[in-house]
Write a protein that binds this ligand. Structure first.
Ligand code: SF4
Ligand code: SF4
Length: 489
């Protein structure tokens, strides 16, 4: 799609000048806080000049399918979950050349121990003190007892399980599917009939919000976004794989024909993400994983009670980002994550596959692709240089990449092995790319302003500087990490 097709509404030159002076003036005011509507009002002043003095402003464009936004090879091969970076690292050992730290530490071991339950910090550096690690552990307090999440493989029935006398396993994970636990809530034999698919959509979204989702959209079920095979790693109660039941290449199957996928997004805490890379930021991520599990299992129980089938999943079963794009939650980005209008990339995603017929949402664009082409802030800030600075392409031969990338999609190809290598060196997760992204903003006027200028082609180059002038988009500040527990809520 030509980027000019994004140009819809108009803003006058006088307003642009007003905005330019306004920006310069505001730069001297440091991080003063004012109501967020100030900038929106400035940019949409009804007292506009004539057409000839107008410059374009971008608005949100609706599309029919994800194929209208991204080039996707019709012969694209489905991706094996085994090839996701975490599984490659945990199960395959990765490319150990990249995983050697300066002191020659085996980073596979270090990585495997991330998220362990000790609260005694090995490194004692700002952002990784004992209280910071305890904070992260607390965020996973429910998840680590009941499920999968970040430290496990997240597949159906992976995670903690109890071996039964007949050789079968009793999974404890909240991601388990119905029927795998005799005490579990069963599907009702009576199908509740919504009057229309739109009524179903309204009810499902209302419930999802109450159950804890920040954003929710509905995508059609499409086989191309399912993993070709999924990783199945049940664990004993000490966290060791039950080897007789491990299957890294289990076929993804449904015992019903899914029609819709409910895609759920969860905002991660802004203040904690501001101090990435640290265990403080990791706590926000872990909370996201907990919410993914808790909210998706609630949705699944509700829908089964209505008489329909479900499979709920965090990162398992299928790839989340294209589903979220198709469900109208946001766009893809240079760093590979979904960028939402509301929270930028600072979200985690979960999904519920179901045979309930629900009215579908439409994908939307709001200029992320065009902004990413000139921004590159995540790539410049990434400590491991894992994010591509190349032009967007479907041709991986010209790009530094590894087999953690699915092929055949028009996107930036990044080096996930390098990314996780840094996690090992850092002795904790990173998230700097999310933290520095100009779309990662909360509802304060200067954040709103930065978001608005990302939508105006002529002003995009300014957006990155604007962000930095106000002290945003910088990561790794030890001062902020040290003061995190002193700042009052
Ligand atoms: S930091 Fe810039 S280039 Fe990276 S995803 Fe965000 S907007 Fe795109
Ligand atoms: S998480 Fe950190 S190391 Fe990984 S891509 Fe983002 S910025 Fe780079």
């Amino acid at each position: 799609m030509d980027s000019n097709s994004h140009l819809k509404n108009k803003i006058s030159r006088r307003d642009a000048i007003k905005f330019g002076s306004f920006t310069a003036a505001m730069a001297t005011l440091s991080a003063a806080i004012a109501p967020r509507h100030t900038v929106a009002q400035t940019l949409t002043d009804p007292d506009m000049d004539s057409e000839e003095n107008e410059i374009p402003k971008v608005s949100v464009i609706k599309h029919k399918t994800i194929d209208d936004i991204m080039r996707i090879d019709p012969n694209m091969e489905r991706f094996d979950q085994f090839n996701t970076a975490f599984n490659k690292c945990m199960l395959d050992g990765f490319n150990m050349i990249r995983l050697k730290a300066d002191d020659n530490t085996d980073l596979r071991h270090t990585f495997a121990s991330l998220g362990s339950e000790t609260t005694e910090s090995e490194v004692k550096k700002p952002g990784h003190t004992d209280i910071d690690l305890a904070f992260d552990a607390g965020a996973g307090g429910v998840e680590s007892f009941t499920g999968s999440g970040m430290s496990r493989q997240c597949s159906n029935e992976s995670g903690p399980s109890i071996p039964m006398p007949d050789g079968s396993l009793l999974p404890l994970s909240l991601y388990k599917q119905h029927g795998s636990n005799p005490n579990e809530f069963k599907k009702s034999p009576h199908e509740y009939k919504f009057e229309t698919p739109e009524d179903a959509s309204y009810a499902i979204k209302k419930a999802a919000k109450l159950y804890g989702a920040d954003l929710v959209g509905i995508a059609p079920f499409e086989e191309r976004w399912l993993y070709k095979t999924e990783v199945h790693v049940p664990m004993d109660l000490d966290g060791n794989p039950i080897e007789s039941h491990v299957n890294p290449f289990r076929k993804v199957q449904f015992d019903f024909k899914p029609k819709s996928v409910i895609v759920l997004a969860f905002e991660m805490d802004y203040e904690a993400y501001k101090v990435q890379p640290s265990a403080i930021g990791a706590a926000a991520t872990t909370m996201g994983y907990s919410q993914m599990m808790e909210t998706s299992v609630r949705m699944a129980h509700m829908i089964r009670r209505l008489g329909y089938n479900t499979v709920h999943a965090g990162n398992a079963v299928g790839i989340s980002v294209p589903l979220a794009i198709q469900a109208g939650l946001g766009e893809s980005s240079r760093m590979g994550l979904l960028v939402t209008e509301e929270y930028g990339p600072r979200v985690r995603l979960a999904k519920v596959y179901t045979d309930l017929e629900i009215a579908l949402d439409e994908p939307k664009t709001f200029g992320v692709k065009e902004f990413c082409e000139i921004c590159q802030k995540c790539a410049d800030s990434c400590p491991s240089k894992a994010i591509s600075k190349s032009d967007k392409t479907t041709d991986p031969d010209n790009l530094p990449m590894n087999d953690c990338n699915g092929l055949g999609v028009d996107k930036w190809y990044n080096d996930h092995q390098k990314c996780l290598s840094f996690w090992g060196v850092n002795k904790g997760e990173c998230g700097v790319c999310i933290s520095v992204c100009p779309y990662n903003k909360i509802d304060m006027w200067h954040h709103d302003a930065a978001k608005v200028i990302t939508k105006i082609p002529g002003l995009r180059r300014m957006a990155r500087s604007f962000d930095e002038v106000f002290g945003y988009g910088k990561a790794g500040s030890e001062k902020l990490m040290k003061s995190y527990w002193k700042r009052r809520i």
